[in-house]
Design a protein around this ligand. Sequence first.
Ligand SMILES: [Zn+2]
Length: 293
Amino acid sequence: MRKLVTSLITVGFLIFVHSTQAGQLALVIDDFGYRPVEEHKVIALPNTISIAVLPDAPYSRTMATLAHQAGHEVLIHLPMAPMSKQPLEINTLTPEMSQTQVQSIIEHAIRQVPYAVGLNNHMGSRMTSSLPAMQKVMNVLNHHQLYFLDSVTIGNTQAVNAARGTSVEVLKRNVFLDDTQDEADIRYQFQRAIKLAQRNGSAIAIGHPHPTTVKVLQQLLTTLPPDIHLVKLSQLLPHSPTAVQQQRPSLLVLGANCPRIDPLRQGKPAEGIMIIYTALRDSQFVRDVKALF
Ligand SMILES: [Zn+2]
């Protein structure tokens, strides 16, 4: 009985700790390069927002440079072939392209979007669902030390599989903020992203430089819950040095033998609790709790 009560108190405490951890929220605004008026407004938002720029748009270089100068992280927003028939950007990657063609298009994009540290896909349901095609992309990103943000425009995206065996780090989008331009919808998606970050430790939301999205961000970014930290995308990379600094102090002070808690940032809540449980099982805190009985 005593053991059961001790266990319940410990688990209750762990759930409390888990629920009060800060969540890291990364926002990315992509499709940059066509709408300078709205894009200037996005650049004026907190510079923790990451900016993804289409390589062959009229204002690509200007906006990438301005975003960088304002302290934003810059990504290449690389057009990739979709399943559906629709107008395509020039230099859209297709699965039929050779390794040399893929390399030449990505290297052109690198020249067009200065200061980029990562790349995410514009459209791309057909391209990203092809493993051999994405392996060609990862080979080039590996060479240029760019990370990949999977916009997840199709369920069976092969980006993670394609990056195996390379040093390319892959992140995945959780929420699209503005599939519609309806203000209430965008607010709802923003709240979804916050809840995901609180529940899972982190979340990535992608939006676009539409007037409504900019308006909602201007309003909601000033009223973020205290347990939500806006972070640059690269701070969520598994091996980011900054990510290590972002480890939760509320957990680290509890035991000298805490394991690395990186899995929590991407992981499932149950897994996270088990990791913390294992770390705390033999800690002084739990010994103190047990001593009460
Ligand atoms: Zn796009």
